[in-house]
Design a protein around this ligand. Structure first.
Ligand SMILES: Cc1cc2nc3c(=O)[nH]c(=O)nc-3n(C[C@H](O)[C@H](O)[C@H](O)COP(=O)(O)OP(=O)(O)OC[C@H]3O[C@@H](n4cnc5c(N)ncnc54)[C@H](O)[C@@H]3O)c2cc1C
Ligand code: FES
Length: 441
C-alpha cells in the first residue's frame, strides 16, 4: 500500500492518498476501541473524532514528504560497484548463450561460474579473457569490448569477429578468435579479468555524442548507445556505422530497437557494397568518412571512434581539419596502434635495441627473472610469472601499463600512441633493450 502511494508522482495527490489512508486506519481503530470500551461515553467519541483528524493531518504531511523512489534503472547503473562484486585477477565464467550476429561476428553471453553477482561497468570498457588453446605453449590472453549494457548487470556479452589470415600473406588466421568461434560453445568455461578500459562514455554529460564505427568496431558503440538511452535519454546521439553489406552488418535489428526507445538517437548505416536484398536497410552507399560526419552533425559534440585503423585515421584527420579539438575526440583501436595519430615522443634514455636475452628485475614484486626472445612483451612475461601489472589496451594506446624504469632500456615492438612520461616505459609493447632492466613493478 505504502509502495503504491510512493509511486504517485503528484505531491498533492500523494498527500491526499496518504491522508485518506491514515483517516481510514485511525477511524476504524478508534471506532473498534470505543465500541469495546464504552460506546455511550460522549467524550470517548470526541477523542475518536480528534484522533481521526490528527491522523489525517499526519497522513497528509507524510504523503507530502514521501518522495517517489528514483527508478531502479537509473540508480543501479550509476552507483559505485560494491567491492563485494569486484574480483581480482581471473574468475571463471560460463558461456550461457552463443548467438551469431553476422557472417563474421558471434556473441557470447557470460555468467560467473560461482553464480554470485558481477559488477556493472562503464560503457566502452572491455573484458580480458584467457584461453588454453591446443598447440599454444601458454595461455592466450585477449581483450574484447563489452557489447551490451544489461540492466540489471547479470551477464557480460562479448561479440567476436573471426579473424581470417590477411589476404596475400601466408600466415595462420587469428588464434583466439577462430578458437572461440569453433571451440567455445554454451557451457564452456572462460576465465576473465574484471571490466577495464579508459575508452568510456561519461553518461553524466549532456553534450551531444557521435558514435562512429565500422565492422566489429560497433561493439563498444552498442553499449554506449544503450547506456545513454537508459541514463540520459535527452542527450542527442548519432550512431553512424559502416559495413560491407547486410550480411556483414551485426546488430542492425538491435540498434533499431534502441531507436524505438529513444527519439534522440539518430542512425546512419552506410554500406560499401550493398546487395539487392539490402534495399531499405541502409541510408547511403560508400565508406563512412569525414564528409559524411560533417554533413550529418552540425553542432558541437563529442566523437567516439572505433574501427579499422585506416577508417579511424581518415576520420580523425577530417575532424581535425574541421576544427574539432582533440579533447572532443576519443578512439579505440582493436589492433595495432594507428601510425602517426600522435607524435610519439619516446624518451631516448629508455629506448634500446632488440636483444636475445635479459635479466629483468621487478623491484616491487621482489622477483629477478631471465627473459629471452619468444617470451613476448614485458607485460606478457610478467603475467606468465604471476606478476600482474595494470594494463588496458595492450597495444600502446592507453598508457595504463606505463611504469618507471629504474635502470636499463627497452625496445619497442610497435610505435606507441600513448604519451610516455620521463623515465617510464609501456611494457605491453616493449621487450628488454639492455641485458639488465629494473622496473618499478
Ligand atoms: C581494447 C580492445 C577491445 C577489443 N574488442 C574487440 C571486440 O569487441 N571484438 C573483436 O572481435 N575483437 C576485439 N578486439 C581485438 C581482439 O582483442 C583480438 O585482437 C582479435 O580477436 C584477434 O585476435 P586473434 O588471436 O584471433 O588473432 P591473432 O592471432 O592475434 O592474429 C591477428 C591477425 O594477425 C594475423 N597474423 C598472424 N600471424 C601473422 C604474421 N606472422 N604476420 C602478419 N599477420 C599475422 C592473423 O591472421 C590475424 O588476422 C579488441 C582489442 C582491444 C585492444
Ligand atoms: S596497456 Fe595500454 S598502453 Fe599498455
Amino acid at each position: 500500500m505504502l509502495e503504491n502511494i510512493r509511486r504517485i508522482k503528484n505531491p498533492i495527490l500523494r498527500s491526499a492518498a496518504a491522508a485518506s489512508l491514515a483517516f481510514s486506519i485511525v477511524t476504524i481503530v478508534s471506532s473498534v476501541a470505543i465500541g469495546l470500551i464504552n460506546p455511550k461515553n460522549k467524550s470517548a467519541s470526541g477523542i475518536g473524532v480528534y484522533s481521526s483528524l490528527l491522523g489525517t493531518t499526519c497522513g497528509a504531511i507524510f504523503g507530502l514528504v514521501l518522495t517517489s523512489k528514483p527508478s531502479q534503472e537509473r540508480s543501479v547503473s550509476t552507483e559505485v560497484t560494491p567491492n563485494s562484486k569486484i574480483w581480482k585477477d581471473w574468475r571463471n565464467f560460463v558461456v550461457v548463450r552463443k548467438v551469431k550476429e553476422s557472417e563474421e561476428i558471434t556473441s557470447f553471453y557470460l555468467q560467473p561460474e560461482d553464480k554470485s553477482e558481477i559488477p556493472n561497468f562503464q560503457p566502452g570498457q572491455f573484458l580480458t579473457i584467457k584461453l588454453d588453446i591446443p598447440g599454444q605453449d601458454k595461455s592466450v590472453i585477449r581483450t574484447y569490448s563489452l557489447s551490451d549494457y544489461p540492466e540489471p548487470c547479470e551477464y557480460y556479452r562479448l561479440s567476436i569477429k573471426r579473424e581470417p589470415a590477411p589476404q596475400g600473406l601466408d600466415v595462420p588466421p587469428g588464434v583466439a578468435s577462430n578458437f572461440i568461434h569453433d571451440r567455445i560453445h554454451e557451457g564452456s568455461i572462460i576465465p576473465a579479468k574484471p571490466p577495464n578500459g579508459k575508452f568510456v562514455l561519461d553518461v553524466k554529460k549532456s553534450i551531444p555524442v557521435v558514435l562512429i564505427s565500422n565492422g566489429v568496431g560497433i561493439t563498444p558503440m552498442i553499449s554506449m548507445a544503450k547506456a545513454v538511452t537508459r541514463l540520459k535519454p535527452n542527450r542527442p546521439i548519432w550512431f553512424v556505422h559502416g559495413a560491407r553489406d547486410g550480411r556483414f552488418h551485426a546488430f542492425r535489428d538491435e540498434v533499431m530497437e534502441i531507436v524505438q526507445q529513444n527519439p534522440n538517437l539518430n542512425v546512419h548505416f552506410r554500406y560499401s557494397r550493398p546487395t539487392p536484398e539490402d534495399e531499405g536497410h541502409y541510408h547511403s552507399i560508400g565508406y563512412v568518412d569525414a564528409a559524411l560526419i560533417k554533413e550529418l552533425i552540425r553542432q558541437e559534440a563529442e566523437y567516439f571512434l572505433c574501427g579499422s585503423p585506416s577508417f579511424m585515421q581518415s576520420i580523425m584527420q577530417g575532424l581535425k581539419e574541421s576544427g574539432i579539438p582533440d579533447n572532443r575526440v576519443f578512439f579505440e583501436s582493436f589492433g595495432k596502434p594507428m601510425k602517426g595519430t600522435k607524435g610519439s615522443q619516446l624518451p631516448a634514455a629508455t629506448v634500446g635495441e632488440e636483444i636475445e636475452e635479459a635479466e629483468i628485475i621487478f623491484a616491487q614484486s621482489g622477483k629477478t627473472l631471465n627473459w629471452k626472445q619468444g617470451d613476448g612483451s614485458i607485460l606478457e612475461f610478467a603475467e606468465a610469472n604471476d606478476i600482474n601489472p595494470p594494463y588496458s589496451c595492450r597495444a600502446g594506446i592507453c598508457g595504463t601499463c606505463m611504469c618507471k624504469i629504474n635502470s636499463g632500456e627497452v625496445a619497442y615492438q610497435e610505435e606507441p600512441t600513448a604519451t610516455i612520461d620521463e623515465d617510464s616505459v609501456l611494457i605491453c609493447i616493449s621487450q628488454p633493450g639492455s641485458s639488465r632492466v629494473v622496473l618499478d613493478i
